[in-house]
Write a protein that binds this ligand. Structure first.
Ligand SMILES: C[S@@+](CC[C@H](N)C(=O)[O-])C[C@H]1O[C@@H](n2cnc3c(N)ncnc32)[C@H](O)[C@@H]1O
Length: 246
């Protein structure tokens, strides 16, 4: 997806679904995970693609100083009007925003893969520049095998929104199509690149980043309609990589 497509998709998703639906216990759980996975004391955090800023607010509640970068102005406005001490919400694209400083931690949760491989590499190089020498980044990566398996699944979400998953085998990208259930003619699709652990390892290496840990996420069992918090690296929906400067 190019920038304009991404901005339109995430702004529409925010209007349709994101504005009023919150899961605070999941946000707190994610903040606790980040602290655990960082594995050492840290203070300054850069969060990319921060959405409504829910994770940033939870981390600020744990004493972190968080700068967020988010593309969609409406989401940045949502975060800013909450005036959370310790959070600076910036509106812009992580491909070209000027951030003349470094951080202990860089986070990109649920969203890496929006661009082409070349753009992902450009972003990884920027992440390397934004890290202190002893800093670490945590980045969620979509696992191709899960999304190949999940292709064709359709579901209805709270707020009368429908969603269907697909997989583009030629490009190795999952597709995620949303529409308001009563307006099936107005569908919009995001597509996100999926990387096997070896492939993201190679991409990180090109950006002078070394993967020092892989944390598998969960997986949805669509037959039982149950989400399993723990899945193997090969079967999870996404896995988180921890990267440091080489
Ligand atoms: C799938 S959402 C995840 C939001 C949030 N991290 C979360 O886990 O709830 C991806 C986010 O990345 C943002 N995004 C996409 N491309 C971006 C870019 N070039 N610069 C900054 N943010 C971007 C989108 O607007 C969207 O809010």
């Amino acid at each position: 997806m190019n920038i304009n497509e991404a901005q339109l998709f995430y702004k529409t998703q925010f209007d349709l679904y994101g504005k009023d639906i919150n899961y605070p216990e999941l946000d707190e759980g994610l903040a606790a995970e980040v602290v655990e996975q960082m594995g050492r004391p840290f203070t300054s955090v850069l969060e990319l693609g921060a959405g409504k800023g829910n994770l940033a607010r939870c981390l600020a509640g744990r004493g972190k100083s968080v700068t967020t970068v988010e593309l969609v102005p409406e989401m940045v406005e949502y975060a800013r009007q909450l005036h959370t001490l310790g959070v600076t919400s910036l509106c812009g694209s992580f491909y070209d925003i000027e951030l003349p400083r470094q951080f202990d931690a860089v986070l990109y949760m649920d969203g890496f893969g929006v661009g082409t491989d070349a753009e992902q590499l450009q972003l990884l190089r920027r992440i390397c520049d934004w890290l202190h020498n002893d800093g670490a980044a945590l980045i969620d990566i979509y696992q191709p095998a899960y999304w190949q398996r999940t292709s064709g699944r359709t579901m209805t979400l709270p707020g009368d929104v429908s969603r269907t998953y697909g997989y583009d085998e030629a490009l190795d990208r999952m597709t995620d199509t949303w529409w308001s259930t009563d307006r099936p003619d107005e569908k919009m699709t995001q597509s996100l690149a999926c990387y096997l652990p070896d492939d993201i390892h190679d991409l990180c290496k090109q950006a002078d980043l070394e993967i020092v840990a892989y944390f598998p996420g969960g997986a949805m069992d669509f037959e039982a309609w149950e989400y399993h918090e723990v899945a193997s690296l090969a079967e999870c929906l996404s896995y988180r990589i921890k990267v440091v400067k080489v």
